[in-house]
Design a protein around this ligand. Structure first.
Ligand code: ADP
Ligand code: MG
Length: 394
């Protein structure tokens, strides 16, 4: 287990300048922020530092301006939204300036313009890291979502200052540690989604870590095909059947039980509420597509989850955006939520579509932790060391 310093370890911040990497890459339409979820995640860290009297200097990127100033990628329009979310004044600075920072009162909160307007950000330029670090006395990273990137403001800067995890980062790292780092066994992993090819590394890592690997979604079709099942017109990566077999063998060697569906919901067209059949996997017709796992499979998976202490979930079990192919995902998510509420299961989920599916099921708030970190969450599922996390380790 890697350990890291948190805000509990920062001493005497009054009047000190603390550079804080946050995620301000919020969705915007016509120059207005449409969702402030990401900003809200940083409220505990920002208010705690500000209340302690630090001058809080926020660093963040917005979009992909590719190292040059482009007004449509300015962070300026996000500043009033952040001020609203915090209920405090927030100052905007085009670039950090020592005299201007000196003149600020203790506890001031500053947003510094998009780090990616300088080419050195994504190149992790050591000179830029040193220059930006010189404006602060300490560095706090509160943005797990960008910690899979070794950029100036996520990694490089940590080499020049004492570095700490902010509260959002700390919560994320604690949850991930409880789910896969040092979990209570038995551990189940649900891996679903469209394709095996996007999650090969995840599957390969998980078989060495978990007791039950539950495979659903389109990727289950590739595993079924590898086992000789005719999956008809289903989404299936036939060229990866050998890879799928190798994963099944690795699971066997590691004593990991792999759960593939034995019944599925099929349709001839991929549209809302088409005629469907629920069949054994061996009964899929050549003109049919598997679009969800079946009720018998869901019941068996629910029984497996009841024996587990920990669950990590990435990827929906079916094409959940299109009814009724959300049925299995919703049902298993509700089971996981109920077990979590009862206190028998620690449940951690992540992935863009997975978060949408759990929201659709109405249970995101019942999971122990839901990560919105996307790419960083997946890389962590792959067992990779994230540079922005490694930079915080003691
Ligand atoms: P995440 O974003 O949570 O990592 P993915 O992007 O890997 O998840 O996968 C989500 C997508 O997989 C969804 O768009 C869903 O419709 C699709 N999907 C799941 N099951 C199937 C299936 N049987 N056939 C086709 N697409 C599927
Ligand atoms: Mg996705």
């Amino acid at each position: 287990m890697t350990s890291f310093r948190t805000l509990d370890d920062i001493e005497a911040v009054r009047g000190q300048r603390v550079l804080v990497r946050v995620d301000m890459n919020v969705p915007m339409a016509d120059g207005a922020v449409t969702d402030d979820t990401r900003l809200r995640a940083h409220v505990p860290t920002i208010t705690e530092l500000s209340d302690a009297g630090a001058k809080v200097l926020l660093l963040a990127h917005f979009g992909r301006p590719k190292g040059e100033y482009r007004p449509e990628f300015s962070l300026e329009p996000v500043v009033p939204v952040l001020a609203d979310v915090l209920g405090r004044d927030v100052i905007f600075m085009q670039r950090p300036d020592n005299d201007a920072i000196d003149a600020l009162p203790d506890g001031a909160i500053v947003v510094i313009e998009n780090t990616r307007f300088a080419g050195g950000e994504e190149k992790n330029d050591p000179g830029m890291a040193k220059a930006i670090a010189s404006f602060g006395n300490a560095f706090v990273s509160d943005a797990f979502s960008v910690s899979h990137r070794a950029h100036m403001s996520t990694e490089g800067i940590a080499h020049h200052l004492p570095a700490y995890a902010g509260r959002a980062m700390q919560a994320e790292l604690d949850a991930l540690e409880a789910a896969l780092g040092n979990p209570e066994h038995p551990v189940a992993a649900v891996v679903g989604g469209a394709k095996v090819s996007t999650k090969l590394a995840v599957l390969e890592h998980l078989v060495t870590k978990v007791d039950h690997l539950i495979i659903g979604g389109g990727m289950a079709n590739t595993f079924l095909a590898a086992r000789g099942v005719d999956v008809g017109k289903s989404l299936c990566e036939h060229e990866l059947t050998d890879t799928a077999l190798a994963i099944l063998e690795a699971a066997d060697r590691a004593d990991c039980t792999v759960h593939l569906p034995y019944d599925v919901v099929v349709a001839k067209e991929f549209a809302p509420n088409p005629p469907t059949r629920t069949v054994n996997v061996h009964e899929v017709a050549e003109d049919e597509m598997i679009l969800d796992i079946g009720p018998a499979a869901v019941e068996a998976l629910a029984d497996a989850l009841k024996t587990c202490r920990t669950l990590v979930w990435n990827g929906p079990l079916g094409a959940f955006e299109t009814p009724p192919f959300d049925t299995a995902t919703v049902a298993l998510a509700q089971t996981a939520a109920a077990l979590t509420r009862e206190g028998s299961l620690t449940s951690v989920a992540g992935g863009g579509d997975t978060v949408a599916a759990l929201n659709h099921a109405g249970v995101a708030g019942d999971f122990t932790f839901v990560s919105t970190a996307g790419g960083a969450f997946l890389e962590w599922m792959e067992g990779k060391e994230l540079p922005g996390v490694a930079a915080l380790s003691t």
